[in-house]
Design a protein around this ligand. Sequence first.
Ligand code: PEP
Ligand code: MG
Length: 339
Amino acid sequence: ETGSGVEVTRERVATADGREIEVAANVGRSAELPGAVEQGADGIGLYRTEFLFLDRETPPDEDEQYETYVDALEAFPDGRVVVRTLDIGGDKQIPYLDLPEEENPFLGERGIRRSLGPDADLFETQLRALLRAGADAGEERRSASGRTQSGDDGGSRLSVMFPLVSTVDELDAALTRVEEVAADLEAEGVAHAIPELGVMVETPGSVFMAREFAARVDFLSIGTNDLAQYVMAAARENEHVAHLHDPLHPPVLRAIDRTVDAAHANDAWVGMCGEMAGDPDLTELLVGLGLDELSMSAVTVPEVKANVAATDGDDASDVADRVLTAETRADVVDLLGVE
Ligand code: PEP
Ligand code: MG
């Protein structure tokens, strides 16, 4: 049992009408893997790899990263492990990387912008480690049913996604890097496999381009912490605008809806890995909006799993439809019966 008194289950969960929803955990280090397994997570939905770079003087090298990713795959022998490539800048600083002083760091060089720019070498090292780990992961296959995902037809259960992408050019450049790294490993005779690939949706630009993104990758994952920040133009750490940095504001909900539709129209699966996904009061809404996967801090996994199992798909769709017509956050809160 957990603190909430909800029974832990290792089983995958489905709605009352049989729609399977993957409930995964967010982690940042190997030490967090046992906790995620204990809480019954189906896998890892967000591995924040910047944590591997903290509390040390130099970046982890290729072999060390490879071992770390293999650890995660071994912790979930039947699950999917979604690793996010290095996401620094903004609120995420790493002293020895010498990030520039910026007036507006949240609007500056962060996420994929650094990986395609000043951190290109780190990006290459990380991709090499990931493609090597992908070779291990490709040995086994997930057998999730009723969902369109490339992982089902022989792909690996390792997934890699890119943070803070806003343009097709950025995504194409990142995908080209993956191909280049694969070609290098091939030439060197090193075992490797290209993992399932995805992109985070956490900027307004990515919402508007979600169709084009979904046509290029296997999955989208919505980062509501940043998405709320950028859609609402309210910094995630600023108490003065905390009332605006809230995913229950209609513009954020409509951005999520649009993203889910764009993914499904292009046969991509779509998850959510921002804080919103772990709010048990919102499970029915998120199922109704069509999310295929929810990833959260491990402690909330049992409660969200229980809520998925208690959700009826048709009721959830009705809730989502009504919420999407709401004009204010107050109306949303009213409709959901939350605080
Ligand atoms: C997000 O922005 O919602 C997200 C999951 O990424 P992070 O919180 O690490 O920025
Ligand atoms: Mg983010």
